[in-house]
Design a binder for this molecule. Structure first.
Ligand code: NAD
Length: 364
């Protein structure tokens, strides 16, 4: 066996109703004042939470999909005004990543744009991060990643400063996710598991979680999509999303995520849909004995069936899957931008612009 170093510092509270333990978690962490960050969908709940939990001093509810740096700047202003010692991110990856960026920078005296561009090191002192996912997809609650946009530019920033202290994963929070977002986010979790597994930096403990995540998603995503009220399917998807996050946290993602950035930036696909766009293609491209053994472990005959199942889920969810679905495509730019994305280096099969062109041509 190859040597590995495994580490996972986030305390995870998982289970239906666990959101009600937020107060106990704040006490355990010694939090006195905090800012809550969420998207619009959660605002009514956030107001209720604020009324029942006096340590929540302020709510920033302006998070949009592919969150902008401006949201973190507003959150930092609130954290400073109320002298908060923690930021709670409740929402999909967009809200959690905004909370992470704000918590990591609030105690610094630099411009947030300088931290964003890597011109300034993150401050050594930071606010505590508590993450409560309301989608089953990103796994952001257990990663040291924050994905933030500034204008059209979308950056994945990887820094230990973004690691939450606690993740409260309550599957009931995902019941209200609309079907199409359920499919997008569920396939994002699938991409995390598969890419963590086939990443050049894969390792045994992460592999085990990836296999379990893929199996659980194959068994439950369609049910969660068709019937969002199905508590068991939502519970299993929340678990699979958490496992997906853990399975890519150390190995990092690879080619599908690399391609997702230009697909989101230039063609405005939501993150999960952008990752799913090429995921079945990369199952074929990256097919090898290891991937065949994952397929057998999850009850499939092989990589062809895995690719078919992913394509079937995309079709069921009405996700865009062909270049013609994207409008006018600049194929030269798309292939170039995908090829130069740093995550492409993690893919087990080398994908240069020509190889990417062949893949995208087959999706015409
Ligand atoms: P999202 O957070 O953008 O949410 C998608 C939409 O669903 C939003 O309109 C949101 O308001 C709504 N929504 C969320 N939860 C809901 C609920 N329970 N009920 C009703 N509506 C709800 O989507 P996402 O896929 O969770 O996150 C995507 C973002 O996370 C992207 O920016 C992506 O790059 C990033 N990401 C981060 C990591 C990480 O490790 N930090 C990993 C993967 C992706």
């Amino acid at each position: 066996m190859t040597d590995f170093i495994y580490s996972q510092p986030v305390k995870i509270y998982f289970g239906t109703g666990k959101r009600k333990e937020l107060g106990a978690v704040l006490s355990e962490l010694g939090i006195r004042r905090c800012v809550l960050v969420c998207g619009h969908h959660f605002l009514p709940e956030a107001e209720k939470l604020r009324n029942s939990e006096s340590r929540i001093c302020a709510v920033f509810s302006g998070v949009e999909q592919n969150p902008q740096l401006s949201g973190a700047i507003e959150t930092v202003a609130l954290a400073r005004e109320f002298q908060a010692d923690a930021v709670i991110g409740i929402g999909g990856g967009s809200a959690i990543d905004t909370a992470k960026f704000a918590a990591a920078t609030a105690l610094g005296d630099g411009d947030l744009l300088d931290y964003y561009h890597g011109n300034l090191a993150f401050p050594t002192e930071r606010l505590t991060i508590i993450a409560m996912p309301t989608t089953a997809g990103t796994g952001s609650e257990v990663t040291q990643v924050s994905v933030i946009s500034h204008g059209k530019e979308k950056r994945t920033i990887n820094n230990p400063a973004f690691m939450p202290r606690a993740a409260i994963v309550d599957p009931e929070l995902t019941i209200s996710v609309p079907p199409r977002t359920t499919m997008n986010t569920g396939l994002d979790a699938m991409a995390h598991a598969l890419e963590g597994y086939w990443s050049k930096n894969h390792q045994p403990i992460s592999d085990l979680m990836a296999i379990e995540a893929v199996k659980t998603i194959l068994q439950n995503l369609e049910t969660a999509f068709r019937n969002g009220e199905d508590k068991e399917a939502r519970e299993k998807m929340a678990y699979a999303s958490l496992l997906g996050g853990l399975s890519f946290a150390l190995p990092k993602t690879a080619a599908s995520h690399a391609c997702s950035y230009p697909l989101s930036e230039d063609y405005h696909l939501p993150h999960g849909e952008a990752c799913a766009f090429t995921l079945d293609s990369f199952v074929h491209i990256n097919a090898d004995e290891r991937l065949e053994s994952l397929c057998r472990a999850v009850g499939l005959s092989g990589t062809d069936e895995l690719a078919e199942r992913i394509a079937g889920l995309k079709e069921l969810g009405g996700l865009r899957a062909r270049l013609s679905d994207l409008g006018e495509v600049d194929l030269d730019k798309l292939c170039h931008d995908c090829a130069v994305h740093p995550l492409m280096n993690n893919n087990p099969v080398r994908m240069d612009e020509q190889a990417l062109r062949e893949m995208f041509e087959a999706l015409k």
